[in-house]
Design a protein around this ligand. Structure first.
Ligand SMILES: [Mg+2]
Length: 254
């Protein structure tokens, strides 16, 4: 009962803006990152039959949520492999993104290859979540401002591939955060910066997130409310992290 009252009193319709996370909220691209890592490391380990092959659990055990190059180092460490750090230009050339030339067998080279594989998958097209698009359109129709706040440096490419770029004038992504010196989620800084760019106090902005670190960011930032979207993190986990309410799909809010 308390939960119901709380949800009603903080309904998104009383806010001035909605700040959307991207991967896992608007688009199912959390799984694209997973797929890109799989392609990368399967290709890399193909020439090393003495090392155990890539498994699905490797993503969750060693890579998920980490900055790209940390993910590379930690996965390699799990196989007892240490590669030189390499140069930032490693892995940025070549025809076939799944191919790993010897000179690119560095941490930088593998990280850059992963990014290339990700972009190749994304450029083939991304289907946004239908319920999320309906909610986004409803918010815009009501006159609310909208923004995307993503840790990813690929957010603009993903938005474009999903056909959603036209909705968002303000995108605070990994590139913007780095340029502004903003700490990533679970710090609320990137969400607060988006509110500032919209010209609104945080208290008038709703945060929509699927990840625990993102919900924590919203909770820490004194926002209007934090809507958790349960794409697998778990309803109770998101509530415990500070979500005001949790839905399985954003069209439940319409
Ligand atoms: Mg997310």
């Amino acid at each position: 009962m308390t939960d119901v009252l709380k949800t009603q009193s903080t309904s998104w319709t009383t806010a001035s803006a909605i700040l959307f996370d991207l991967d896992g909220v608007l688009t199912p691209t959390a799984t694209v990152h997973e797929q890109a890592w799989k392609e990368l490391f399967e290709g890399f380990l193909a020439s090393r039959p003495d090392v155990p092959g890539y498994r699905e659990d490797d993503y969750f055990d060693h890579i998920d949520g980490k900055p790209r190059f940390d993910g590379v180092r930690d996965f390699l460490a799990s196989r007892g492999i240490v590669l030189p750090e390499g140069e930032p230009s490693d892995g940025t050339t070549g025809q076939d993104s799944a191919e790993i030339p010897g000179q690119d067998a560095t941490v930088q080279g593998l990280g850059n290859r992963k990014n290339k594989v990700f972009n190749d998958i994304v450029s083939a097209g991304v289907e946004p979540f239908e319920g999320s698009v309906r909610f986004l359109e409803a918010a815009v129709d009501r006159g609310l401002k909208v923004s995307v706040v993503s840790s990813s440096r690929n957010a603009p490419a993903v938005l474009k591939a999903a056909g959603l770029n036209g909705y968002f004038e303000i995108v605070v992504d990994g590139v913007v955060a780095a340029a502004q010196g903003l700490p990533g989620k679970p710090s609320p800084a990137t969400y607060q910066y988006a509110a500032e760019l919209l010209g609104l106090p945080s208290e008038e902005c709703v945060v929509v997130e699927d990840a625990v670190s993102g919900v924590q960011a919203g909770h820490a930032g004194q926002f209007h409310s934090v809507i958790g979207v349960d794409r697998g993190a778990g309803r109770q986990t998101l509530l415990d992290a500070g979500a005001t309410s949790v839905v399985n799909d954003l069209d439940e809010l319409l």
